[in-house]
Design a protein around this ligand. Structure first.
Ligand code: GUN
Ligand code: ZN
Length: 436
């Protein structure tokens, strides 16, 4: 067992439901077998466990491991392709790169770059949009397993309107998905996600096959894209006889409490009602929405309708892995919406980047905050002395103010350590593949 001594900030209850930031200046977290078994003032925890070693992290701040609910593994090398709307961006940047993952050695290099991006950003749990090629998905699972990350991913499936090398059939998608799930679902911290790319590129037969896979893999998640771009939405409606975008998934039973749908920038009220009734979650990806000009996310309408919302980086349309940047951009978007926006405090931003994500992924009992009984997944924010974030933290007027500075100024370079299940996997520029 180890006692972690730190200034700990987390959000065990939602600020959208009256929760506030929990801040403990000199906190002791006793961790055994990866689980937090005691929490309290350091002196009190220490007095009860005099023989246990202490790891002193009092410089900087300790936060729960960050949770990214929407991030594309094959797109790490195309981050930063600016200037195009969604469908042109897919044609120009994303899809050509995704075709290259047919070469499994290339896919292995991409998976290595991708996992490094997550770890360096302090992301310990992620719902990862996989690849169109089954061997590339195997490679992604292997990389996540090697590092011990909590990753849910799967085969991306499409049977129309994409370049031919990315297409498959419903039958083949079903068979390959079941085989992948058989190899990986439930192994360590890994789970399977049924992943049609979007209903624009998935026929009714493909969505039916997705429903079959979901039913045959108990505990699997469903993820896809939703209502991202007005042009895309019109095309989807035309393909499905005027149906709403949510309905294209819902009519196949794909909208449930185990569904995470990315974007939803342009929902109707009826669609929000359906998402809320089904208990589905939305991955809000604010840097992607800005970079592609998709629009300003109507957070207030989601919250008022009772739809669960968490954050996603949407790499590579999103501009990086850091959920601090996504949190800040989410704040900006709500400011820009004027009276229709929601004023987000730093506690909201932490909630959206941690516990809300854990809840969206069905992992709310395991991770998302640093309470007793939770896994010790944590990120240590430790800016270089003298840099603006360090100066800001030294001069913060309150814990909420300190946390605002983390979202305003924090980057992957400020991550001083990352733990998953009590195991340290990174420290500053040092990363450690777990030893098995
Ligand atoms: N819709 C379908 N595919 C994608 C993708 O790769 N990125 C984004 N942002 N939207 C999509
Ligand atoms: Zn996406």
């Amino acid at each position: 067992m180890t006692i972690f001594r730190a200034r700990v900030l987390d959000t065990p209850t939602s600020p959208f439901a009256g929760g506030t930031l929990r801040s403990d200046d000199d906190c002791g977290l006793l961790v055994g077998d990866g689980v937090i078994t005691a929490r309290g003032p350091f002196d009190a925890v220490r007095a009860e466990h005099l023989d246990e070693p202490v790891l002193d992290l009092r410089e900087g701040l300790l936060l729960p491991g960050l949770v990214d609910t929407h991030v594309h593994f094959p797109q790490v090398r195309v981050i930063g392709g600016l200037g195009l709307p969604l469908l042109d961006w897919l044609d120009r940047y994303a899809l050509p790169e995704e075709m290259r993952l047919a070469d499994v050695d290339h896919a292995r290099g991409v998976a290595r770059d991708f996992v490094a991006g997550l770890v360096d950003a302090g992301t310990t749990t992620a719902l990862v949009f996989g690849a169109h090629q089954a061997p590339a998905v195997d490679v992604m699972f292997e990389a996540a397993d090697h590092w011990g990350l909590r990753v849910t991913t799967g085969l991306v499936t499409s049977d129309r309107l994409l370049p031919e090398p990315l297409l498959t059939t419903a039958e083949r998608a079903h068979a390959e998905s079941l085989a992948l799930a058989g190899r990986w679902h439930g192994k360590g911290r890994l789970r399977y996600a049924v992943t049609p790319r979007f209903s624009l590129s998935a026929s009714e037969a493909m969505l039916e096959a997705c429903a079959a896979t979901l039913a045959e893999v108990p505990g699997s998640l469903f993820t896809s894209h939703l209502n991202e771009n007005v042009h895309e939405i019109r095309e989807v409606a035309a393909l499905f006889g005027g149906a709403s975008y949510v309905d294209t998934y819902d009519r196949f039973g794909l909208v449930t409490a185990r569904s995470v749908l990315a974007h939803d920038v342009h929902p109707t009220d009826a669609e929000l009602r359906t998402l809320a009734e089904r208990g589905a979650a939305v991955a809000h990806c604010p840097t992607s929405n800005a970079a592609l000009g998709s629009g300003l996310f109507p957070l207030r309408r989601h919250v008022e309708a009772g739809v669960r919302v968490a954050l996603g980086s949407d790499v590579g349309a999103g501009t990086g892995f850091s959920l601090f940047k996504e949190g800040l951009q989410a704040y900006f978007v709500q400011q820009l919406l004027g009276p229709e926006g929601m004023l987000l405090t730093s506690a909201h931003l932490l909630w959206l980047s941690t516990a809300a994500g854990a809840d969206a992924l069905g992992l709310g009992d395991e991770v998302g905050d640093l309470s007793v009984g939770k896994q010790f997944d944590a990120v240590w924010v430790l800016p270089e002395s003298g840099d603006p974030l360090a100066v800001g933290l030294d001069n913060a007027s309150s814990p909420d103010d300190a946390l605002s500075k983390v979202f305003a100024l924090g980057t992957s370079s400020d991550v001083g350590g990352v733990w998953v299940g009590g195991e340290q996997i990174a420290a500053g520029r040092w990363r450690s593949p777990r030893l098995r």
